[in-house]
Design a protein around this ligand. Structure first.
Ligand code: ZN
Ligand code: ZN
Length: 441
């Protein structure tokens, strides 16, 4: 591989002469109608073309008449990995280059042997195509501005990634060949696998045949970052600066693999089966070292029976049902909701009259058929608030009555009635009736 040294203008120049010599050119120059040996006339035009010399850019050729002025194309070509220096001028008919410092047209070998310096033309420079351009050249093939490039320089540092060793940063440039240090870094408990190449500006790794990918893209796409071995010689090429990123530094990052034993566990085997009463145990064995690991197996579910009622539900209290596990005999209880008392509650009684006769109060009310076993009268001394209850059995007539005896003179009594129902040991009362009063005279 050819080596170029940054700042050595001549060697760069030679490099471009070589590149140029390989590029065939299409000539658009006008024909000098006077034939050879005749000095150029003002009516003669010359094709002035551009050769980006590995870069990119659009540069249409121009036709410039002798002695006319023109502007060097103002656009700068681009070439990843290189800095544009300017244009060198090549005369196509004799393949000579214009050398600076009044030297004039020389072949590339003459320039190299005499340490001449190629004249560099900046974009936008105004020039006149005069006598100095012709200087005895009479075949009138025209001129080409050839882009001159300086390779950019790059640093490639080493990231030992937890290891140790002495590694100096590599300084290289586009198309230069460099060698990765032959030294191998060290790290306790790890084996060195090689170097991954990291582009510092975007944190991406080089994947052979793919390009630059983030570590996330590498793992999701199942790629492998390229591994570089110690002592490998590489040429810094265009693949390093693809994606237009041509001014980043780079890092060789050590890739390590743990040398610690990683268990290779076999399938789980049940040592003790779990039941509803107790957890079980299972174990597996490492095929590498024979170590056994164990863990518990969760208890199984109890198998409950249908349950028995140990306390039946009533209208004013809930009941209890007890279940027993058919496997282990464990019991559990759950409540049975209270019965729906609304279904067995008597309706409200309507008292039709409460009349006095002597020391008696005769109370009459309408019979309630449904949910009724009897009635309860509440007779209250309106002055003292004292109250007594009298139960009356259910009767057959539509209107029922009760005579309350032995009341006191000069007192006023109020009376109200409610029906009641009896189911088992529970008495269920309906709502109180309207209130009637009677005065004993
Ligand atoms: Zn093991
Ligand atoms: Zn059980």
């Amino acid at each position: 591989m050819r080596k170029t040294t940054t700042g050595n203008v001549l060697s760069v120049f030679i490099a471009f002469c070589m590149i140029f010599a390989m590029v065939p050119f299409i000539q658009n120059a006008s024909v000098n109608g006077n034939g050879s040996g005749i000095v150029a006339a003002a009516s003669t035009s010359y094709a002035v073309s551009y050769n980006t010399n590995g870069g990119t850019g659009s540069y249409p050729a121009e036709h410039i008449y002798f002695n006319d002025s023109f502007i060097v194309n103002t656009q700068k070509p681009v070439n990843p990995g290189y800095t544009f220096k300017g244009w060198g001028l090549n005369r196509l008919s004799d393949n000579k280059w214009y050398a600076a410092g009044g030297v004039g047209w020389k072949t590339s070998s003459e320039i190299a042997q005499n340490n001449y310096v190629l004249r560099i033309y900046d974009p936008g420079t105004e020039l006149r195509l005069g006598d100095s351009w012709i200087q005895g050249e009479t075949t009138s093939k025209g001129f080409s501005f050839v882009a001159q490039w300086t390779p950019k320089s790059y640093n490639i540092a080493y990231d030992l990634n937890g290891g140790s060793g002495t590694f100096s940063t590599i300084r290289t440039a586009m198309r230069e060949t460099f060698t990765i240090s032959a030294s191998v870094p060290a790290r306790g408990g790890y084996a060195f696998k090689g170097w991954n190449l990291l582009r510092n500006s975007d944190g991406k790794y080089y994947v052979a045949g793919v390009g630059w990918l983030s570590s996330g893209e590498i793992s999701s796409g199942n790629y492998t970052a390229r591994l570089y071995d110690p002592g490998t010689s590489l040429t810094f090429g265009g693949s390093m600066v693809v994606d237009g990123i041509d001014d980043s530094d780079f890092t060789f990052k050590a890739l390590w693999e743990s040398t610690a034993h990683v268990h290779s566990w076999g399938d789980w085997e049940t040592t003790k089966a779990a039941t509803c009463a107790a957890e079980g145990v299972r174990s597996s064995t490492c095929s590498g070292c024979g170590e056994v690991r164990t863990e518990s197996i969760a208890r199984t579910e109890h198998d409950w029976d249908a349950g028995i009622i140990v306390k039946p539900a009533k209208y004013y209290s809930s009941g209890v049902r007890t279940y027993t596990c058919k496997i282990c005999g464990l019991t559990k209880s759950s409540p049975i909701p209270a019965l729906n008392v609304a279904l067995v509650t008597p309706a409200k009684v309507r008292v039709t009259s409460a009349k006095t006769s002597g020391k008696k109060l005769i109370v009459k009310w309408k019979r309630i058929v449904k949910n009724t076993k009897g009635y309860q009268l509440a007779v209250k001394d309106k002055k003292t608030g004292k109250q007594k209850y009298i139960n009356v059995a259910q009767g057959r007539k539509t209107t029922l009555s009760k005579t309350v005896k032995k009341l006191k003179k000069k007192k006023t009594y109020s009376v109200r009635v409610r029906a009641y129902n009896v189911i088992g040991d529970e008495t269920i009362y309906g709502p109180w009736s309207n209130v009637k009063t009677g005065k004993i005279r």
